[in-house]
Design a protein around this ligand. Structure first.
Ligand code: SF4
Length: 358
């Protein structure tokens, strides 16, 4: 993009477009810093429609920082259930404690103070500073990266240090004269609605005359992506232990990826082991309970980060009910089928519960 007049034209065209086309999103009605913070964290790795649904439910349940700090981790995880990356929910809850103790339950208008809160990194801190407090902090998400990769026809990955720093510099310059809240949102909105990853709407784009990729015919080659990380397949098995009409569930330790969530005991298959053998072994290793009458139930698949998990589930019984000794969990319950929904589970286990209800 050309400096000076070029940036001015860019800014004006962008802001005009945003004024006429921005979506009516719930957090845009008040720009409350708590709303902006939660929405930004929720929308990472989440589609907008789904994010709005979770956001509205969350704000009904936790309308302010005090109600969030007063809630148990279980309640917070339940409200987050299905969004994945559960450390984000635990961090929001932990940050609410700090905000209540140190800032009277108010989100501070201070970049360094925001960065010091659990789970808030440079992106979220900049988003809160600019969108909630209208301060000139560049906010660079995937939409903004893609938009600039095309506008400037950048032939290198946007995450490359020098490329990224250059983008930060351009945005910082433009933010000297642009209204930060609208400018940053406009960039993200245009990237999401018009300069889309596939099928960009170049014919409707307010920046078309300045777009170098459009002129060069390289729109679909931009942004240049770094080499894709391979998906890793994992095969797991779990034991759905039933006794007297109730099911055994256990709560994962807080230091692991699904910490604080509940599950049916299980784990990865070892070399040469069948899924049924793995389910029985994992049950014993994790609880010292011995499965009998193992019966195949369902196989489900789900994804998290780079992993594709195939989970084989087996119903089973135990001959007698000694007290389990937990080796991979912090708590256990025997729960009726219709009570399982009260507990937060990882995706694969939720799929199993849905099948059990059918
Ligand atoms: S003209 Fe097309 S490629 Fe260029 S910024 Fe607009 S939508 Fe993106």
């Amino acid at each position: 993009m050309k400096k000076g007049k070029g940036q001015l034209l860019f800014r004006n065209a962008l802001l005009d477009w945003f004024g006429a086309n921005q979506r009516d999103l719930p957090w845009r009605r008040t720009y409350d810093p708590y709303h902006i913070w939660v929405s930004e964290v929720m929308l990472q790795q989440t589609q907008m429609e789904r994010g709005v649904e979770y956001f509205n439910r969350w704000m009904e349940r936790f309308p302010d920082i005090r109600s969030l700090a007063d809630a148990s981790e279980q309640e917070v995880l339940k409200a987050w259930e299905g969004l994945g990356y559960y450390s984000r929910a635990r961090n929001i809850r932990a940050a609410a404690d700090v905000l209540l103790a140190e800032y009277g339950g108010v989100v501070p208008e201070d970049y360094a103070a925001l960065l010091a809160l659990p789970g808030i990194g440079p992106y979220t801190a900049a988003a809160v500073m600019s969108i909630a407090f209208n301060q000139p902090y560049p906010v660079i998400d995937a939409n903004v990266e893609r938009l600039f990769a095309r506008i400037d026809n950048v032939a290198r990955p946007m995450k490359e240090k020098a490329v990224y720093q250059n983008l930060e510099k351009i945005l910082a310059t433009m933010l000297r004269t642009a209204p930060p809240r609208d400018f940053n949102q406009a960039l993200m909105e245009l990237g999401a609605l018009v300069c889309r990853p596939r099928n960009p709407l170049c014919g409707e784009c307010p920046l078309g005359t300045q777009c170098r990729a459009l002129a060069a015919g390289t729109v679909m080659q931009r942004p240049v992506l770094p080499p894709r990380k391979e998906t890793i397949d994992i095969v797991m098995a779990c034991a759905i232990l039933k006794h007297n009409g109730k099911f055994f569930i256990q709560q994962r330790r807080s230091d692991d990826v699904w910490g604080g969530l509940w599950e049916f005991p299980g784990g990865r298959l070892k070399n040469g082991e069948s899924a049924a053998q793995a389910a029985a072994r994992e049950l014993y290793e994790e609880t010292e309970l011995r499965a009998v009458n193992l019966d195949p139930f369902r196989t489900v698949t789900h994804h998290y980060t780079r992993y594709r998990v195939t989970l084989h589930a087996f119903f089973c019984n135990i001959s007698k009910v000694p007290e389990p000794r937990l080796h991979a969990a912090t708590a256990f319950r025997w729960v009726a089928l219709d009570e399982l929904d009260r507990y937060p589970f990882p995706s694969g286990h939720r799929q199993l519960i849905a099948h059990m209800k059918r």
